[in-house]
Every structure is written in C-alpha cells, then in structure tokens.
Write a protein that binds this ligand. Structure first.
Ligand code: SF4
Length: 481
C-alpha cells in the first residue's frame, strides 16, 4: 500500500467568507451590533481567520475587526461601543490573499462624497489586473484583498453618479468573478450578488428591519424571517428598514451557484436558492446507494458534512446508520502543528473511531470529497485500528479534477489526487476495500430543484467565467494580490 500523509486542514476545502447586514427600522429597537454578532456566530463555519463588524451612526462609520473567531474579537464592551441604525459583519477565510489582520473586513473608506463600509465574500477573476491598472494611475492599496479593489472601483464610479447603487451597477459590468457584498453608504444598506450568483446571499426581516446574510441559518440564529434570495446580478437597497429599490445589473449571464455550497460549505440547516442543503446531501447519499451493490453492516459519515449523505445512503440501502467517528469539537484554528508528527496526529486528535460501533463490521464510510487524499488514509486506518473488518468509502461528490478561480481554495491540478490517479489507484492509496464517487448525472438529479444554475467546474472544467492569464498567474502565486 502506498500511503498518504498530511494534516486534516490541508485536505479540506475552505470557503472564503460570510457576510451579514442589517438596516434598522425606526419601529425596532434592536442593537444592530448584537444582532450582527449573533448572525456572524451562525456563519462562523464560512471563515475562522478574522471577524469584523461596522456600524453606521448618523452616517459616522465605526469598525472593529481583528484576527480571530467572532467571540475572540468581540465582547460586551466592544459591542456596546458599536452603536447605530445599520451594521454589516464579516467572517473571513483567505484563499489567495495574505492571511493577516490587515485583510480583515469590513473595510471602511472615506471618499469625496462621504464614507462607506463594505464586506465582501468572494474572489475576482480579474482582480489582479484591475488592481494593477489602478496602481498605474496612482491608486494606493493598503490590503491585498479584492474587496479593496472593489471599494476603489465603487468610489471612482461614485464620482460620476449621485447614487451608490448605480456605482455598484456600473462596476458589475467589468468586475468579473464570484462575490456577494453588503455596503453601508450614507443612510443606505446595499446588498449585491454577482451576475453569475456564485456566492449565496439572501434577504430576511427581523421585526420591521431588513437583514441580509450569506446563508439563511444566520436568520434562524437571530429570529429573523427568510424573505427570498438575492438574485444573481441583483442590487437591493434598504433604508431605515425598508427596501427602497432593487435593480439588476445589465450584464445577464447564466447563473452559476457554487455546487460546493451543497457538498460541503453551507450549514445543513440553510436553504439556498430554493433548495435545502440537508435535503440535497441526503439525495447525494441516496444516489450513491442506488448505484452500489457492496455488502455492508453499517453506514457511517465523516463529521460533519458527510453525515447527511451517509443518512441518505443508509435509508436507500436499508443498511443501519451508525456513529462510527466522533469529532473533537473544541479543536479550533489554534491547533498548533509545528512538526510532521503533530501534523500526522492531527486527524486522530480531530476524529476518533467508536470501536463498539465498527468492530468486526463491514463499514461503508461516506465523506463529502477527496481533495489531496491526505486525510482519508488516516481516517481509514483509525477505523481499521478500531476493528472494522472492511472499509468501503463512498464520496458524495464527483472526483475533483480542476482548480477553482472563484474563491474556493482548491489546490493546483497536480495536487488533486483524482487528477493524477484512477479510482482503483486512489482506493489502494487510501487503503479502502472499495471506493466510489457520486456520478455527475446523479449530482444533476439531486440539484434539479435549484431555482438557478450552478457551477461544477472543479469536476467538469466548464468554467462559467473566462479565466484570464492574470488569474492563472494569481493562482500560481506569481502575482501578489
Ligand atoms: S470551480 Fe468548483 S469550487 Fe469553484 S465555484 Fe465552481 S463549483 Fe465552486
């Protein structure tokens, strides 16, 4: 057997960010900072590197942001200092730009017509070029993230229009990539989703106040009511808790929500563009079971995102569902892995097998994806040490063959195990008895209830936005952005 080594974190995909915004109605008395804090808690799975909140009090913007989880950055005192009738919040994971406090969001900007704050979830395909062109004309940037490029473009467009929402619409014709953003400008809270709809964004009501969030689970956390998704290319303006206008960017294109929201990123209790994440994950498991004829005694899921697909598999196959792996929920991003030995132990520290459940059994183990293949070999060995007589791995997504240019931290093609190996070779490398991936056709069936189109380029190579050479260079690390 050839073995894979590595750490847990290196073999999982990462989402770039989560955003939230609230425009308070004069009829409500919520603390916008407190509501944002709670909502960011619910969105913490989308980014754990930094957290931030910006509030607007009579047009004066106040921001607190730092590296760290939401409860590490905010306490009662800091939240009390954030007063106002509007707020936006952000949790961040960095994909290609530097992971440092300076890149934390929201970003506050003062310009000739006033001030604004912006929080953005996404990555621009042409971000490096836009930045470079702006720098050639004298622009100075303080961060390395694309949000500052968007902020610069907005301020420049705002010089030619009295309306910030018109400036947003203008930049959407040439800012290419995946983004959902919330902006505080004057008395307005503006929410916008890129014309392809790569990143989710939805609108709700908290009392009479308007709220926006990357995922609907944030609304549940604060007791808000889901109203609808922001449409791809849509710009919604809320003012004093009322929606005052909505417009579409003129550049219409086929919508392309990132399918990985359903495979892995989003929380199962979220509903995105008409589809329940939990339902879709169970469907993935169901379709896996429908094409399978392996004999098993127990179906288990790899926590957390493999659990729902395992349940769907179990229901369809009529094989009992069990808890075979237990996750340590208290291991955070602070887990130090200085040495190779620590890195190799990280999976065992994060996951442990329940011997009483798997001993002597033919285990069907369901996980959401295999990226480099560095983690699954460890999980399989944990199960075998716990006494599993056979381990059959089922993956609730098709093989990863291509990189992502839209904000998901997928490695280079040569580092993707499925890009370089057959299914049989991978099975041997991770030491499973059999290995099966979700068929692309079944992924389509499971996603058929989605109101909009979706992107599956990391499986198919069909990229919805043309990839520029700058993006290629940026992904290769040849351009610092
Ligand atoms: S390439 Fe993959 S990860 Fe990137 S947006 Fe498309 S589906 Fe999502």
């Amino acid at each position: 057997m050839r073995s894979c080594t590595g750490c847990w974190a290196s073999d999982k995909l990462h989402e770039e960010c989560g955003v939230f915004g609230i425009s308070l109605s004069p009829h409500d008395s919520y603390s916008v900072a407190n509501e944002t804090y709670l909502a960011l808690f619910a969105l913490q799975h989308r980014g754990q590197e930094s957290s931030g909140i910006a509030t607007s009090n009579d047009g004066k913007i106040h921001v607190i942001k730092k590296s760290g989880l939401v409860p590490e950055v905010f306490d009662e005192r800091t939240l009390q200092s954030l007063q106002g009738n509007m707020a936006i919040g952000h949790v961040r994971y960095s994909s290609h730009s530097e992971s440092s406090a300076i890149n934390a969001q929201p970003l506050a900007v003062t310009h000739i017509n006033g001030s604004m704050a912006i929080a953005c979830n996404g990555t621009l395909v042409n971000g490096a070029k836009l930045r470079h062109d702006a720098e050639l004309s004298g622009a100075i940037f303080q961060t390395t993230n694309d949000t500052e490029v968007i902020a610069y473009m907005l301020v420049r467009e705002r010089l030619g229009t009295p309306l910030m929402e018109q400036a947003v619409k203008n930049i959407m014709s040439y800012v290419a990539g995946a983004y959902s953003m919330v902006i505080i400008s004057g008395s307005k809270l503006i929410a916008a989703r890129d014309p392809f709809g790569f990143k989710p964004l939805c609108m709700g009501m908290l009392g009479s106040s308007v709220v926006f969030a990357s995922e609907s689970c944030a609304f549940d956390a604060i007791g808000a009511r889901f109203v609808r998704d922001v449409e791809p290319g849509e710009i919604i303006v809320a003012e004093n808790g009322s929606v005052t206008s909505a417009m579409r960017s003129e550049w219409q294109a086929r919508s392309s929500l990132c399918v990985f929201e359903f495979v892995y990123f989003a929380r199962p209790d979220s509903v995105i563009d008409g589809l329940s994440v939990e339902h879709v994950r169970q469907e993935f498991g169901k379709y896996l079971a429908m094409r399978d004829n392996v004999k098993g005694d127990i179906v288990i899921g790899v926590p957390d995102s493999g659990l729902s697909a395992a349940l769907g598999y179990s229901k369809q196959a009529g094989i009992p569902y069990g808890v075979g792996l237990v996750k340590n929920r208290y291991i955070g991003r602070t887990f130090i892995q200085n040495t190779q030995s620590q890195r190799e132990k990280s999976v065992s520290i994060k996951l442990n097998a329940l011997s009483a459940e798997v001993k002597g059994k033919r285990v069907i183990m369901v996980d959401d994806s295999i990226v480099r293949g560095t983690t699954c070999a460890h999980i399989v060995s944990i199960l075998r040490q716990a006494g599993a007589s056979e381990v059959h791995m089922r993956v609730s997504s098709p093989p990863f063959l291509h990189r992502c240019y839209y904000g998901t931290d997928i490695p280079r093609e040569q580092d993707l195990i499925a890009h370089n190996h057959t299914v049989e070779q991978i099975a041997e490398m991770i030491n499973v008895d059999t290995l099966m991936y979700l068929d692309e056709r079944d992924l389509r069936h499971a996603m058929s209830g989605l109101r909009i189109g979706y992107c599956d380029a990391c499986f198919t190579g069909n990229y919805p936005v043309r990839i520029s050479s700058e993006s290629e260079n940026q992904k290769e690390g040849r351009i610092q952005v």
